[in-house]
Design a protein. Structure first.
Lengths: 414, 397
């Protein structure tokens, strides 16, 4: 254990003994299970080779750039710490087996478009009849009800529907994208919170819970102040580059290195004085108008240019160190590749390396919170296709060898 | 859901930390915890953040303050009143704090202490100050947004306090669950930087496995191609912008086929889109030149549609794509109205339609039970409650 984790000998994972069955693909459902697996839950990811997860089939990167379900790094990353089984749910025998597994579970996570599982004979009524104390999370684009419930969607575009894209970029230009399916990860976090709250209630009352999580509505939680601004004042908030309502200056500045930037913000007039000191008290900064925030706000583009004249002469690390040594808020704009060696993230064990049987060594992402008295993963990559099918259906569900082989021959485990 | 869980929030004196703590508390409060914010006499610093209801600066009218602090009670603790502070903390299951105000080593062993800081409470940046901009810069997510060649850009509505607060709520609940079997509380050390690292996993996977560094490309998507092509995802339309991309997989191919048909319906010429065999279309192997030719037709068509026409069109055709919505569009969205997402809340004499709870639990959406507290609104009531609990009484939860 690294010194940053205070977990003591004899700690255990909070969800040890909790079994989760997960049906879903891509990011928004499966990553919920990954966070539970990181904290000790036995998460069984149920999929089928007859309808592959796009993260196995469509989305790069693949090992050596050659597509293949077990060569897909995205699947491995998003399903770390789980066991994987295959079942062809178009077959009634497979549905019966899925229900036998679910009858032994505490949590079911599903993230197909509303109604998909019901058509397979795994609707909520069936699941609850099988095991009333189940905690069931249904996570989909727009929620289980309403006129758009059936609409398929990807997180990268739902991010636009929920208003985030409108708030990103130069006000005079086309907005830019928030990288990836940004809103999916908001829904993932809220999905984890919802399941944990329901498990806590179940421990106190014995009651199960059905959770209907609309990824859209979850995302709008992070938009609440902008929504309320429109509601209260009739103002439609829009993107403002790197400007801030309070801090001034507040920007991203170039350094002496190619495509290399620093972030810097000044939150009050005392910090402005410290910025002047850090920059060597240049002539332009002594203007009395700039001593107060309102004065600086009126000339913000001009101030930004002056700061950039200074920053362009500094290497990134030197600029940040100097600004921080004056107690200012400043940081390098790190590339994603740099994050693996970022000393602070290394200290917190934000990345874990694990060996994938096909892809080789891969990095997995830990939770952004450290628990002082609990074990935390992840410690293994996502499963290869069908890796644990026999182990789970014989070891947990209790099929004997002959039953298993007969079902396998009938194509149930595809 | 969390009935009986007692949470105390310490906002501190920094906007970023107070916002992250506030969002975590708001989530727990929505789920039914009894959340008490313990403010200094000057108030939570988030109270001073603009904009304000009616553009009137007032500690109870800030919209960030309002968004983060519904469903809580508030007390004011005088710095000198150690007794009141100790009483309040001794009655809590969970304490949320933006710095190590309460030392984990000295805390009651049953207490769950959650500390939300920009970088974490230990390590080389443990005491380094940061706001949303620097936290985002340190996480790789700032790097990934903006125009190529221009400066990286952040979301105008600060996002990192929301992310950090959300993960803190997850960590707090894991500690609540663990305490049931161990009898012990623990310290939950939440990092803003690390929270923002979680918002772009594909870029990390590309960097790790393909040794490929993704970067900002304006409105274009990376990560769909094995030959390095980019696909445009944000397009000008008649009255704003829409989000649409040429995609693969069954739904992506359906989307392309429907778009080509839609263009023909509207009398637009689309020779290249019509020539695509959507049964076998594979976006992963398209060259950039092929993508550019297809996108020229897509762009010309999308430019003729309003956001609303586009939205209605993708819904009826079951296509992928959405408008780039603003706050006005979101309040008008029929899906949110049908799911009773909004809830009227009276704030300082103004009724606001508030975004509702983040999920439905057994068909019910957690509601706004009370508006945010005015400064010190519940000081007497809360301190009387905690004083009435004899010292050393076992917690019932």
């Amino acid at each position: 254990m690294n010194s940053s984790s205070g977990a003591s000998a004899g700690s255990r994972a909070p969800l040890q003994g909790t079994r989760v069955v997960e049906l879903g693909w891509a990011a928004a459902g499966p990553l919920v299970g990954t966070y539970l697996a990181m904290h000790g839950a036995d998460v069984i990811h149920l999929e089928s080779s007859t309808a592959l997860d796009p993260f196995r089939s469509t989305y790069p990167p693949f090992k050596d750039n050659m597509p293949g379900p077990d060569r897909a790094a995205m699947f491995s990353f998003y399903n770390a710490g789980k066991r994987g089984v295959t079942l062809d749910l178009k077959q009634p025998a497979a549905v019966a087996l899925a229900l036998r597994l679910i009858a032994m579970a505490d949590v079911v996570i599903e993230s197909f478009p509303a109604g998909t599982l019901a058509r397979r004979g795994l609707g909520l009524d069936v699941l609850r009849a099988t095991r009333p104390e189940l905690v069931i999370l249904s996570s989909c684009n727009q929620g289980q009800t309403g006129p758009h419930a059936q609409h398929p969607g990807y997180g990268s575009q739902l991010t636009a529907l929920a208003g985030f894209t409108q708030l990103l970029g130069d006000p005079e230009r086309t907005p830019v994208i928030l990288y990836g399916p940004y809103i999916d990860y908001i829904a993932v976090g809220y999905g984890v919170v919802a399941i944990l709250a329901a498990l806590d209630r179940r421990a106190r009352t014995g009651e199960g819970c059905v959770i209907d999580l609309s990824q859209y509505e979850a995302g709008l939680q992070f938009m609440a102040p902008a929504l309320l601004e429109y509601e209260a004042n009739g103002t439609v908030p829009t993107r403002a580059g790197n400007r801030d309502r309070v801090a001034v200056p507040h920007g991203v500045y170039p350094t002496s290195e190619p495509d290399s930037w620093i972030a810097l913000s000044v939150w009050d007039d005392a910090e402005w004085v410290r910025l002047r000191e850090a920059l060597g008290d240049p002539e332009w900064s002594r203007d009395a108008d700039l001593a107060v925030a309102d004065g600086r706000r009126g000339r913000e583009p001009w101030i930004d240019e002056r700061i950039a004249e200074w920053s362009r002469r500094q290497p990134r690390a030197g600029a940040v160190a100097r600004l921080r040594s004056h107690g200012l808020r400043a940081a390098p704009v790190e590339t994603v590749g740099e994050l693996f060696d970022d000393p602070q993230l290394v200290h917190r064990r934000a990345w874990r390396t694990a060996s994938h049987p096909v892809i080789g060594d891969v990095r997995l992402m830990a939770a952004p919170f450290l628990l002082s008295d609990a074990d935390q993963g992840p410690d293994r990559p996502g499963p290869t296709l069908g890796r644990h099918t026999e182990e789970v259906f014989r070891g947990i569900v209790g099929l004997d060898a002959d039953e298993y082989r007969a079902l396998e021959a009938a194509g149930v485990f595809k | 859901m969390l009935g009986g869980l007692r949470v105390v929030e310490i906002p501190g004196n920094d906007i970023w930390g107070a916002a992250a703590v506030g969002h975590c508390g708001r989530i727990l409060a929505d789920l039914g915890a009894d959340v008490v914010k313990a403010e200094p006499p000057a108030g939570d610093p988030v109270r001073s953040v603009p904009p304000f209801v009616g553009e009137r600066a007032d500690p109870d009218r800030g919209l960030l303050w309002i968004a983060l602090n519904a469903n809580k009670r508030g007390v004011v603790l005088e710095p000198a009143d150690e007794v009141a502070r100790a009483r309040l903390l001794s009655d809590a299951d969970v304490v949320l704090q933006p710095t190590l105000v309460v030392d984990p080593a000295a805390a009651d062993p049953r207490l769950i202490l959650v500390t939300l800081t920009p970088y974490g409470t230990s390590g080389p940046l443990a005491r380094t100050p940061a706001s949303d901009l620097e936290v985002t810069a340190s996480s790789g997510s700032l790097w990934l947004a903006g125009e190529p060649g221009g400066a990286p850009v952040r979301t105008t509505l600060p996002q990192s306090p929301f992310w950090t607060g959300m993960y803190a709520a997850a960590g707090a609940l894991l500690a609540v669950i663990a305490r049931r079997s161990t009898g012990r509380g623990q310290h939950v050390d939440v990092s803003g930087q690390q929270s923002m690292v979680t918002v772009h996993p594909p870029a990390a996977v590309f960097a790790d496995v393909a040794r490929e560094e993704h970067m900002r490309l304006g409105p274009n998507l990376l990560g769909r191609s094995i030959v390095g092509a980019r696909f445009r995802n944000i397009w000008p339309c008649a009255d704003g912008h829409v989000s649409f991309a040429i995609q693969g997989g069954p739904i992506g191919r359906h989307t392309g086929r429907m778009l080509a048909a839609w263009m023909v319906e509207r009398g637009m010429d689309a020779p290249r889109l019509r020539a695509v065999d959507w049964e076998t279309f594979d976006n992963r192997t398209l060259s950039q030149a092929d993508v550019d030719l297809l996108e020229a037709e897509v762009g010309a068509f999308l430019n003729t549609l309003t956001k609303r026409e586009f939205f209605e069109g993708v819904i009826v055709r079951n296509m992928l794509g959405y408008p780039v919505a603003d706050a006005a569009d979101i309040y008008a969205d029929e899906q949110l109205l049908a799911r009773a997402f909004w809830q009227d809340v009276s704030i300082d004499g103004t009724t606001l339609s508030f975004p509702g709870g983040f999920a439905l639990f057994d068909g019910e959406r957690p509601g706004i039970r009370r508006p945010p507290p005015t400064l010190g609104e519940h000081t007497a009531a809360v301190l009387n409650e905690v004083r009435s609990v004899p010292a050393g009484t076992a917690r019932t939860r």
